[in-house]
Design a protein around this ligand. Structure first.
Ligand SMILES: Nc1ncnc2c1ncn2[C@@H]1O[C@H](COP(=O)(O)OP(=O)(O)OP(=O)(O)O)[C@@H](O)[C@H]1O
Length: 266
């Protein structure tokens, strides 16, 4: 696992400052700040209801934060509409997947491939001339683990197993040619073998230069990938550092695991 701290002299790609969000009597997010540097994988963990998805929603414009500021590639994106944030290169997957279930898998990528950002950047990889969007869609699916010569990219999304649907979510993000992808529980619902094949896929994205934020309950897989981890509890950031560092902290053990030992996860 790489440390990631050496990168701190660079400008953060994404910077959240003191984000807060209240839902009626619930303070879902309280003054949470985070910096994400180019090429990093940051994990966001915490017990159920600790504010992880609220944080992601506030970063990506799906909810308006009450206080705080979000900067992406130097631009203030606080409370911008989600499509404008996506157009700048910050995309996300959803915990509850939202594919077009009645369309073949590859056709799910046509909408993002027609987006202004995909048109501007000129297609998948290389910035060259956009080829047939169907071909580009299958190219992207192949990148993310759909076997090109099988029938799987052409099956309707509703017939795909969870592992492929999770990949399809990622592929829809990739079609936008983003700089940063936020993955909301990309491992949830996957079998052990599906998880085992998802890990190298994420590693490959990072090696190709992608920056990722991963909200996860699957700690074993996350800790193989994450350069740094932020821990939330009751809407507050209670720890940040390497997986080993945060799991040493008694507040994290108390919040996340009761008093159980957590070394087995690291
Ligand atoms: N739209 C909403 N209206 C009211 N309360 C909300 C809303 N969204 C989230 N909350 C509350 O805010 C708190 C944080 O929720 P959030 O979904 O961000 O947690 P989480 O860490 O993502 O949880 P999980 O791991 O279960 O997905 C919870 O108490 C939740 O019930």
């Amino acid at each position: 696992m790489s440390a990631g701290r050496a990168q701190d002299t660079r400008e953060p790609m994404l910077k959240a400052e003191n984000l807060s969000k209240r839902f009626g009597g619930i303070l879902a997010l309280s003054q949470v700040s985070l910096e994400v540097f180019p090429g990093e994988i940051i994990g966001i963990i915490g017990p159920n209801g600790s504010g992880k998805t609220t944080f992601v929603n506030a970063l990506t414009g799906f909810i308006k934060s009450d206080t705080g500021k979000v900067t992406f590639k130097g631009q203030d994106i606080t409370n911008l509409e989600p499509h404008k944030i996506a157009d700048l290169g910050l995309t996300r997957t959803f915990q509850v997947m939202r594919p077009y279930y009645t369309l073949p898998a590859f056709k799910n990528l046509i909408v993002p491939l027609f987006s202004p950002r995909a048109r501007r950047t000129g297609g998948w990889r290389g910035g060259g001339k956009m080829g047939s969007r169907d071909t580009v869609a299958v190219d992207i699916l192949e990148e993310i683990g759909f076997e090109r010569d099988s029938y799987v990219p052409y099956k309707v999304a509703s017939s795909l197993p969870t592992g492929y649907l999770k990949r399809l979510e990622l592929a829809r993000c990739l079609a936008l040619r983003p700089d940063l992808i936020i993955c909301d529980e990309v491992f949830s619902g996957l079998s052990m073998s599906e998880m085992a094949s998802m890990v190298p896929l994420i590693e490959k994205l990072q090696m190709e230069g992608m920056t990722l934020l991963m909200v996860e309950h699957r700690l074993r897989e996350l800790f193989r990938l994450a350069n740094r981890v932020m821990v939330l509890n009751f809407g507050c950031k209670i720890a940040e550092g390497s997986a080993e560092e945060v799991m040493e902290q008694s507040e994290v053990k108390e919040a996340y695991f009761g008093s159980e030992e957590v070394y087995e996860y690291v």
